[in-house]
Ligand binder design. Structure first.
Ligand code: ADP
Length: 496
């Protein structure tokens, strides 16, 4: 009998349900966007009930369309947008406030304050993270302080906290399992990545009571069985959970220290497996848990580029230079080079390794000869330069030489960008044969509960498209030197 694995991939802008066969080919995928709520400047919220209902609806649709019996699904894995927080009443099952999303900056002041005290260093040392509103802790603290219901329920022992993995798991098991996995826990800023436990000092700093936190499990573990009426009462074991970037690292089979993946979406998320050691960065990268499987913990270094595909959207929507994002490939290829133009996409400041919140975007080197094609090409090249910036410090911090980068995400479909990335890095770029690498990663994890091993996956992974560097060394060095000059020009500038 054919075996199937189901992945729930709960992203920042859309929910997905993906069914894989035993060789991890996509059998069917369902996807639906949900509402983004912006109640104030810098605030970003989601409705947790909408997220839950959307996920259930997608699973139902998928099952109905395939006409298969639910019994053939061996196990289920959940992967999710990380850091986003939900607090709910365990009696009624109702959230007490919208989910506060990782992008939300309402706690910036609180975080800046903490960063300036001795706690900044303690937090970094224990969690591997930089104090920032991005992570869950200050968001939970905000809800506890600002939502009246939180205090009431807490006093009655009825309040629960979870990131989205926990929220979905609790609901899918009809409130039986209140758990998270180490990869999601490592993004809350309450989890000690050395002891692998919730940390009392961190809980004290953020005034968060331990009793609202979920139990921490391995990535491949017993997370209960689905038990919701909407799936006709069929009990599918939930066997794996992982944060989205970690699931993607796993989906690329980056199982060895030094293996690295980059996801090209709105931004770029670069993650390197650092084996069983925590590598603390000197350059503003994050140390985090990749996964814990069979009681063996694997760590990772993470760096992100804030603006990548978003700059292509900006060319399309704000500048009107493109009809579609995909069109950027042909336009960029239609010219030999950028004619000396550089674009620095500092729309939201600059992330690693610059960490400058004041920097703003700029085109540089424009002359009377500059054409639209050069501007488009400069935007694509800027994505590749930013990734090189992060990769350089990652190699320094980890003391690892990277030989190939595994890539996925919407913008990795752009052949010009991928070739230029290979050229500017002087490394091979290998794109996965399937698009749903994040869902695939967690489905692979889920299959380990029924006997698969890491060796089984290595045999199955196919990277369909390999881009090898073609640019000569002198040119590569020159272009990158010019990029560094361009960034330096704007690094400390702000017109505000
Ligand atoms: P996310 O998961 O962050 O929403 P996706 O992986 O769906 O992102 O990728 C969408 C992003 O990639 C958009 O910002 C879009 O502009 C960009 N993008 C998609 N296709 C291409 C392409 N062929 N060339 C360049 N950019 C692209």
């Amino acid at each position: 009998m054919q075996k199937y694995y189901l992945a729930i991939d709960q992203g920042t802008t859309s929910c997905r349900a993906v069914l894989f066969d035993e060789n991890f080919n996509v059998i069917l995928k369902k996807q639906k966007e949900f509402c983004q709520i912006f109640p104030n400047i810098g605030w970003v919220e989601h409705d947790p009930m909408e997220i839950l209902n959307t996920q259930i609806e997608l699973v139902q649709q998928l099952i109905k369309e395939l006409g298969i019996s639910l019994e053939v699904i061996q196990s289920l894995g959940i992967t999710n947008q990380r850091e986003t927080v939900v607090l709910w009443d365990k009696q009624s099952g109702k959230p007490i406030y919208n989910a506060i999303v990782w992008q939300d900056t309402r706690t910036a002041q609180r975080c800046n304050f903490l960063k300036s005290t001795k706690y900044g260093k303690t937090i970094h040392q224990k969690t591997g993270l930089i104090v920032d509103p991005y992570f869950s802790a200050s968001k939970i603290e905000w809800i506890l302080q600002n939502v009246t219901k939180a205090k009431e329920l807490l006093a009655q022992g009825r309040l629960l906290f979870g990131t989205i993995d926990t929220w979905l798991c609790w609901n899918l098991t009809d409130g039986k399992v209140h758990a998270t996995d180490v990869s999601n826990a490592s993004r809350t800023m309450l989890f000690n990545i050395h002891t692998l436990e919730w940390d009392d000092d961190l809980l004290n700093i953020f005034n968060i009571p331990k009793e609202i936190l979920p139990e921490i499990k391995n990535n491949v573990d017993d997370f209960g069985k689905t038990n919701f009426r909407t799936l006709s009462g069929v009990k599918i074991p939930i066997s794996a959970m992982a944060g989205d970037q970690q699931a993607s690292l796993f989906g690329h089979a980056c199982f060895d220290s030094g293996n690295l993946k980059n996801t090209y979406g709105t931004g770029c998320f670069i993650m390197m497996n650092t084996g069983n050691a925590v590598v603390h960065s000197e350059n503003g990268l994050l140390s985090t848990i990749a996964w814990k499987i069979n009681n063996k913990t694997t760590y990772a270094l993470e760096g992100s580029v804030f603006i990548a595909g978003a700059a292509v959207q900006w060319l399309r929507d704000n500048m009107g230079l493109l009809k579609t994002a995909a069109e950027s490939e042909q336009i960029a290829k239609s010219v030999e080079d950028t004619a000396g133009t550089y674009f620095v996409p500092a729309f939201a400041g600059l992330g690693a390794p610059y960490w400058n919140t004041n920097a703003q975007g700029a085109y540089m080197g424009i002359t009377r000869a500059t054409r639209k094609e050069h501007l488009v090409r400069a935007v694509l090249e800027s994505i590749a330069f930013q990734n090189k910036d992060v990769l350089e410090v990652m190699m320094t911090d980890s003391n690892q030489l990277v030989e190939a980068v595994f890539v996925d995400g919407g913008a990795s479909n752009n052949a010009f960008l991928m070739q230029f990335q290979a050229d500017i890095l002087g490394m091979n770029i290998q794109r996965s044969i399937i698009d749903e690498i994040t869902a695939k990663g967690v489905a692979m994890m889920a299959s380990m509960a029924t006997g698969n091993t890491l060796d089984d996956f290595i045999k199955m992974i196919i990277h369909d498209k390999i881009y090898t560097p073609k640019m000569d060394d002198t040119k590569r060095k020159f272009l990158y030197k010019q990029w560094l000059k361009a960034v330096k020009t704007i690094d400390y500038q702000s017109f505000l």
